[in-house]
Design a protein around this ligand. Structure first.
Ligand SMILES: C[S@@+](CC[C@H](N)C(=O)[O-])C[C@H]1O[C@@H](n2cnc3c(N)ncnc32)[C@H](O)[C@@H]1O
Length: 442
């Protein structure tokens, strides 16, 4: 995905394909991939798709999502293979249809011929069917040359690791030992992780209800429940009653590391959609202000608070603009869960790795530095601020905090689990997160 003009071009699946056919899922997923190639996030592309086709049955939605997410996880590999098979890229969305079909050939070799037939059916409905023959030829060549193509892809850095070159190089420099494991984790399917709302239920009660519902689950050291197989939230016993929330185990460390106590005044400065806000309120009886600059996303904070039976003051404001939201009373605890590259959560948002550019990291870092400066002013003497990102890049994490501490003699860094830079690398159990706890001199 190179620097393309950011455009919206969702492709409507032609109605003559039956909705429950593989061809329909392939062509619809191809439209989503073409949107991402055009610069849209997958979340936005999906929102548009479901708004246009609200009656899509759950099974069809699932098939489209699997293909779209899987294709974006593997994107670098399919483009490498298409480069070997095509003289010039085909116009969108045909090129993306081939990406999706290659992804399916790779992951479902048992149904290779069905995939090719259905992809050709799908191609017949795009751009007046002009590329049906080419699609057929390319996919059949991909099957015939599978062994050679696989070997060539394994020898190419981007095709092998399925991340952009600048990203791989950065990780190699910053994590000489772990870069490969980080990339592998970024290409896996994320687990469905849950948080128990201790105000509404106990972990034992939840475990019992899951056993009754035949939903196998395991418990991590920080209390996170990991479902063996993801299910729609509607099937989770106790979800509607506010006993549970969906939240990655790495994200659950935020409220746990903030060190909150009853009666404190707490600020969650970048709070939407409010997962960590709610977790803090489940852990302690505090007076909490939840801020977010994005007014549409602050509504999600309020919805989550209501579902879980919690309350906080929710405001839409840029936390750097103190005049817009601060009443002058300092906070005992501040969570600064700042906007970041999200490089630690690419397995959940695989479009991110292709949409980001290397230069974005410095832009995030300077925005984060501004947020830290503003929030330090509203922290009470003796108070603590937890800085958090879901990034693995040092510029946004250790380097950011080292520079901040150097600028502020009244800042003392407190260890978390024995470490000043608490970097959780993405792995089977959790996404990648960074935490640093800062105390202001009394
Ligand atoms: C990592 S997300 C927060 C996730 C949230 N803490 C949670 O756990 O649900 C970062 C958030 O920061 C918000 N944001 C970005 N810049 C901001 C600013 N200057 N002031 C307040 N919020 C900001 C974004 O709108 C986004 O919702």
């Amino acid at each position: 995905m190179t620097d393309q003009p950011r455009s919206r071009r969702l492709v409507a699946a032609p109605s003559r394909l039956p909705e429950d056919s593989l061809a329909y899922a392939l062509v619809t997923a191809a439209g989503l991939i073409a949107d991402v190639v055009g610069g849209l996030t997958l979340t936005d592309a999906l929102a548009t798709l479901w708004a246009r086709r609200p009656d899509t049955p759950p099974g069809v939605r699932g098939a489209i999502l699997d293909l779209a997410y899987g294709t974006l996880r593997d994107y670098g590999r399919q483009d490498f293979i298409l480069d070997q098979l095509l003289q010039n890229p085909l116009p969108e969305p045909v090129q993306s249809l081939l990406r999706v079909a290659l992804h399916r050939l790779d992951t479902r070799p048992d149904t290779a011929h069905t995939t090719v037939d259905q992809a050709v059916e799908a191609a017949a409905t795009l751009l007046e069917g002009k590329f049906k023959g080419v699609a057929n030829g390319v996919l059949r060549n991909a099957l015939r040359q599978a062994t050679e193509l696989r070997a060539a892809a394994d020898a190419d850095m981007v095709a092998e690791h399925r991340h952009p070159p600048w990203w791989i190089r950065r990780l190699k420099t910053q994590y000489p030992k772990d870069w490969r494991a980080i990339l592998v984790a970024g290409n896996t399917h994320p687990p469905m992780a849950l948080r128990v709302n201790s105000l509404r239920s106990s972990r034992d009660e939840v475990l019992e209800s899951f056993a009754d519902a035949n939903l196998p689950v395991r418990v991590l050291a920080n209390g996170t429940l990991i479902l063996e197989k993801p299910v729609p939230v509607g099937r989770l016993p106790g979800f509607a009653e506010g006993c549970l929330s969906v939240q990655d185990a790495g994200a659950q460390f935020a409220a746990q590391h903030l060190d909150v106590d009853d009666g404190q005044r707490v600020l969650d400065a970048c709070a939407a959609p409010g997962s960590k806000t709610c977790h803090i309120l489940e852990l302690a009886d505090v007076e909490l202000t939840a801020l977010d600059t994005d007014a549409s996303r602050t509504r999600r904070i309020s919805e989550n608070l209501t579902r879980l039976g919690l309350s906080a003051t929710v405001k839409a404001a840029d936390c750097r603009n103190l005049d817009a939201w601060w009443d002058g009373r300092p906070f005992d605890r501040i969570l600064a869960d700042v906007p970041c590259s999200a490089s630690g959560v690419v397995r959940r948002n695989p479009d991110i790795k292709w949409l980001r550019r290397g230069g974005d990291i410095a832009r995030f870092a300077s925005q984060q530095a501004e947020i830290l400066e503003a929030l330090w002013r509203v922290l009470a003497p003796g108070g603590k601020m937890l800085y958090a990102t879901c990034s693995v890049f040092a510029e946004e994490n250790g380097e950011q905090i080292a520079a901040f501490a150097a600028r502020h003699p009244d800042c003392r860094r407190l260890p978390i689990g024995g470490q000043l830079d608490c970097q959780y690398l993405p792995c089977t159990d959790h996404d990648g997160f960074f935490y640093a706890l800062l105390e202001k001199a009394a």
